[in-house]
Design a protein around this ligand. Sequence first.
Ligand code: PLP
Length: 352
Amino acid sequence: MKKQQVRRQEDNMGKNIDWSNLGFGYVKTDYRYVSNFKNGAWDEGTLSTDDMVTISECACVLQYAQTVFEGMKAYTTEDGRIVVFRPDLNAERMENSAKRLEMPVFPKDRFVDAIVKLVEANADYVPPYGSGATLYIRPYMFGTNAVIGVKPADEYQFRAFCTPVGPYFKGGVKPITIRVSDFDRAAPRGTGHIKAGLNYAMSLHAIMDAHRQGFDENMYLDPATRTKVEETGGANFLFVTKDNKVVTPKSDSILPSITRRSLVYVAKEYLGLEVEEREVYFDEVKDFAECGLCGTAAVISPVGKIVDHGKEICMPSGMTEMGPVTKKLYETLTGIQMGRLEAPEGWIKVIR
Ligand SMILES: *Cc1c(COP(=O)(O)O)cnc(C)c1O
């Protein structure tokens, strides 16, 4: 084991965290990054040990849900470095989200700098290589001043905290069962393409209902025609055809997943696979060989079964393991993230 890696593991032991038994829950870390927007400008921003937010009871975020967020991860690589995966894309996506909700943009270079400072300050909470655990990073922004008539706030807070999270596939990969939802996720020409809390507030009933009926997730169809596959509540679809083509749905109301975009690149450039980004009709799903859900949390979560009002579609890849192409995609992307495989230019932001 390299010296740097040994030191990292000793650091981690100092926090007394049982990395392999961590779940996906909030664990308070030492520092968070905070910057406030007032009189038309962002202040210089700072790290803070205060995990509490104090705002007006009439804050725009509390009355009208004016808030956007991001999610990404920091990892310890095989050679003991701490890295973050493509934070520039999170910065760009948050810019688009903010503009759609009439919020000021937190500049991209400042966003990346905030993430670097946050992870550096909480380096002891970055799980060691091989533990399967990661440091989840949550940047977000919200309207803070009192607003009672419907209009955007003019004061905002940008904040980023991080929390260590356990391995997504504890005790091995297990394909999930999903259902076609009777609820819609995003209206055509609505806000489905931005990462805003409002899209999640209205999905809470749909996901709890799915769980009560014994399903892991909802497959949302396009609300206009209910014939095309959109996404789930928090992950994009990736399908594999019987002749090993990767197919991923294209729609203006799908959230542009950074994981999905990275997997498409990996499929083409690392694995030499053909990729189609296009409208995907639900009628086609029964003919696919593999199905996975892509997002930062799991990278790819395999789908074994899709249920449409009692009619079951059982993916040929089955209920015990990832399909072969999904698995290759998963191993290649996680290999890039963990430093086992060479990354495309600009994909890995080294913290230290
Ligand atoms: C965040 C999110 C995803 C996944 O995006 P990643 O950038 O890959 O984490 C997919 N769908 C929705 C609705 C999301 O909010």
